[in-house]
Structure formats: C-alpha cells, structure tokens
Design a protein around this ligand. Structure first.
Ligand code: C2E
Ligand code: MG
Ligand code: MG
Ligand code: MG
Length: 276
C-alpha cells in the first residue's frame, strides 16, 4: 500500500516538476531578446537618510512587462536569467541603463548628488569581468564612480571569498560603493564582513517587518547596526512599510532606509517628476 502511494506521489511530483521546468524553458526563450523588444525597464525606489529625511539615492529594480502575461515577478525571471546565463548579457544592459539615467538626475537643493544602486547577481560577479563592465558604463555615461553602488547578496560571495574580495576591491578602488544585500538572512553574515570588503549592509526586510512586534528582531537589528558602525560600515534598512518602523530604526541609529512607506519603485518618468 505504502509503495503504491509512494509511486503515485512520485508521479505527481514529477508531473509538477515537468510543468515547472517547461515554464522556465518557455520564460527563458521569451526573456531572450526582451530587452531589445523594449519589454524590460528599470523602476527606481528612493532611498532616504534617516537623520534628516533627505533623499540620497535610488535602487534600480528590473521590470518585465510580458506582452501576454503582464508583469513577471523579478524573483521569477531573475532566477531564470541567472540559471540560463542570460544574466551575463542582461546584467551589463541594466548597469549601462542605470548609469545613463543617474548621470542626468538633478541634485536637489540641500541634498547630496543622488546615487544609483544596482543589483548584481552571483553569476555576474563570478564571471570576473564586472570591473571592466562597470568602468565602461561609468566612462560612457559620465556618472562619477562614487554615485554608483552595487548590491550583492551573501550567496554571491560565499564559496570563493578570495575571488569576490579581489573583484570588490577593484570596484572600490575605482570609487564605486559595494553593499551587501538581504543582510542577516545568510548563515554567517558576520564572518563575511571580516573577509569581504563592503561599504554598507542592507538589513533584510524580514527583520524590519517585525521590528515593532518581535523583541528578538529588534535586538538583532540593533546589534547589526552597532556592529556595522564599529566596522565603519553604513546600514540601510529595506522594506520600511510603517512610520513606527522608520521611527525606531532612526532611534537605533540606522543610516538609510527605503520601503513602501517612503516610496514605491516607480518608472523613470515618475521618478524624475519626484525630483522636481
Ligand atoms: P532586492 O534587491 O532585495 O530588492 C528589494 C525588493 O523589495 C524589491 O522587489 C522591491 O520592490 C521590494 N520592496 C521595496 N520596498 C518594499 C516594502 O516596503 N515592502 C515589501 N514587501 N517589499 C518592498 P522586486 O523589485 O520584486 O525585486 C526582487 C529581487 O529581484 C531584488 O531583491 C533583487 O534581488 C532582484 N532584482 C531586481 N532587479 C534586479 C536586477 O536588475 N539585477 C539583478 N541581478 N537582480 C535584480
Ligand atoms: Mg537590492
Ligand atoms: Mg534586499
Ligand atoms: Mg531580496
């Protein structure tokens, strides 16, 4: 009896897996050339300084408007791009577009020149030509290096810290800032900070979400801020959805924040309108 159930189970799972694999293959084919067809664009989410509430930059987030399926979630298509290797052409296109946009952003009265923060995937880092791609994008756009930030997840640096650290040092020598994204979700964030040179960490929004309800999350967030500051590292909180979260992060000395309460990711025209 158990054997029969097991067999049925297996059939069920393999059918589900076939469907998932098929969908991925389909998406991969459609993602190929999507940039050239104009289906991909960048949305910008403003980042604010907590001490005075001034906007200091924005994160570039890729959007795919599929002609039939509508918006496809980045969590789905970025993964497809990463697995298939498409990210190796897509990544540089994103960097180029983001630098081109940011080079034309006006500086607001009383505020610093705005930075643009670009997500870089593990595969893009591993390929090794990131410093070359970045310097070409900076040169062609005229964007000063210190106005470009790159965001990497801990998974991008795990495994080959030496290689990652060489590449990141090259970027930092150029003046580009390096941030560790989704910080706190990896298994050993602290030890990475010792071996991988970064300018900032972005506290994952899963911590921020419960900062008002869960004393443990507040304690962890406060500890991350203290630890980062003692290492001379900037702290960004992501996923701020409520005023109360903003207030407590500010009180705990967090440097920067972004989230729906402060501003959603918006298309470039809307972002430019926001800049006035
Ligand atoms: P991420 O880099 O951690 O980006 C933050 C995500 O949180 C974005 O999701 C953003 O829209 C969302 N978000 C911002 N504020 C809030 C908030 O207050 N509440 C909630 N619930 N969510 C908020 P998005 O745009 O769907 O992107 C998901 C992930 O896809 C990104 O996570 C990043 O890892 C990846 N991604 C997006 N664009 C790119 C890209 O151009 N290149 C690469 N390699 N990855 C990208
Ligand atoms: Mg990010
Ligand atoms: Mg993140
Ligand atoms: Mg994330």
């Amino acid at each position: 009896q158990a054997k029969v159930a097991g067999k049925n189970c297996y059939r069920f799972y393999s059918r589900v897996m076939d469907q998932a694999a098929e969908r991925r293959m389909h998406l991969e084919q459609e993602l190929r050339g999507a940039w050239e067809r104009g289906e991909l664009s960048l949305a910008y989410q403003p980042v604010y300084r907590l001490s005075d509430g001034v906007m200091v930059g924005a994160e570039a987030l890729l959007r795919w408007l599929h002609p039939e399926h509508g918006q496809v979630a980045p969590s789905v298509f970025i993964d497809v791009a990463e697995q298939s290797g498409l990210i190796e052409t897509l990544g540089p296109q994103v960097l180029r577009a983001a630098c081109g946009d940011a080079a034309r952003w006006p500086t607001r009265a009383g505020g610093p020149p705005l930075f643009v923060s670009v997500n870089v995937s593990p595969r893009q880092l591993r390929s090794g030509d990131l410093p070359l791609v970045v310097s070409a994008c900076l040169r062609d756009s005229g964007l000063p290096a210190d106005r470009l930030h790159v965001e990497l997840t801990e998974t991008a640096v795990i495994g080959d810290e030496a290689h990652a650290s060489t590449l990141l040092t090259k970027l930092r020598t150029m003046g580009v800032k390096v941030w560790l994204d989704d910080f706190g979700t990896g298994f050993s964030g602290l030890s990475h900070l010792r071996r991988v040179p970064v300018d900032g960490v972005k506290i994952d929004r899963s911590f921020v979400a419960d900062v008002l309800r869960d004393p443990d999350d507040l304690a962890l967030t406060t500890a991350i801020i203290a630890m980062a500051h003692s290492l001379g590292i900037t702290v960004v909180a992501e996923g701020v959805e409520q005023e109360g979260q903003y207030a407590i992060l500010r009180e705990r000395g967090c440097d920067l924040a972004q989230g729906y309460w402060l501003g959603h990711p918006v298309a470039i025209d809307e972002f430019l309108a926001l800049l006035g």
